[in-house]
Write a protein that binds this ligand. Structure first.
Ligand code: SF4
Length: 198
């Protein structure tokens, strides 16, 4: 029997952030999240019920191989039934997660963005200890980044979009300085916002 997922939206755009910046991708945005980050700018609460078949049919409308499972927090819903179905279509599956829940088999690329730097609750602490790229939202609090115990191939520092242009520009300049002084970190920008694309 096909599982049911609550999906906020499925859309086609360029990946705006991190390692795969610029890569055409189909984004599957899962509804809901277990955290409440103060800077969360994603409208992810609403959603419609979709089966694996519904999702695959929608995904097949777009030509890209790259799939990005995002949210909200996709790990609360994604299953191996869905990853298997997407793999059968020849897709490459990336996930953007806060790392607080286990992932099913079949994820090809893990982007982990820990939120326990901002939310001092055990519920925000990542249980995932390895990922492909670690993406830290930079709010000016760098010392805690050095203490992260998560293995990653790539480390990205992404200035927080505070909603205040001057403040965001200041954070971006500080993040640039941090990366120059700590070259194991690279800068990630939310390029889709600069381009005014989804
Ligand atoms: S983990 Fe992500 S989606 Fe969830 S509240 Fe934080 S920023 Fe928003």
């Amino acid at each position: 029997m096909s599982e049911i997922f609550k999906i906020n939206e499925i859309f086609y755009s360029l990946q705006g952030e991190g390692f795969y910046t610029g890569v055409p991708s189909v984004f599957i945005r899962f509804a809901g999240c277990n955290l409440h980050c103060p800077f969360c700018d994603t409208q992810h609460q609403s959603g419609q019920q979709m089966t694996v078949e519904d999702i695959c049919r929608t995904v097949s409308n777009f030509p890209a191989r790259h799939i990005v499972l995002t949210g909200g927090e996709p790990s609360l819903q994604v299953t191996s039934q869905l990853t298997e179905a997407l793999h059968k279509m020849g897709k490459y599956i990336c996930i953007e997660t806060n790392g607080t829940h286990p992932l099913p088999d079949g994820i090809d690329w893990i982007t982990l963005s820990p939120k326990d730097i901002f939310i001092k609750s055990p519920a925000a602490r990542p249980i995932l200890k390895a990922c492909d790229e670690l993406k830290v939202v930079f709010t000016g609090n760098m010392p805690s980044c050095d203490g992260l115990d998560i293995k990653a191939k790539y480390h990205y520092l992404q200035p927080c979009d505070t909603g205040n242009t001057a403040e965001t520009q200041k954070l971006t300049r500080l993040a640039v300085s941090y990366c120059l002084a700590h070259p194991e970190w690279s800068l990630s920008l939310q390029t889709h916002k600069y381009l005014s694309i989804p």
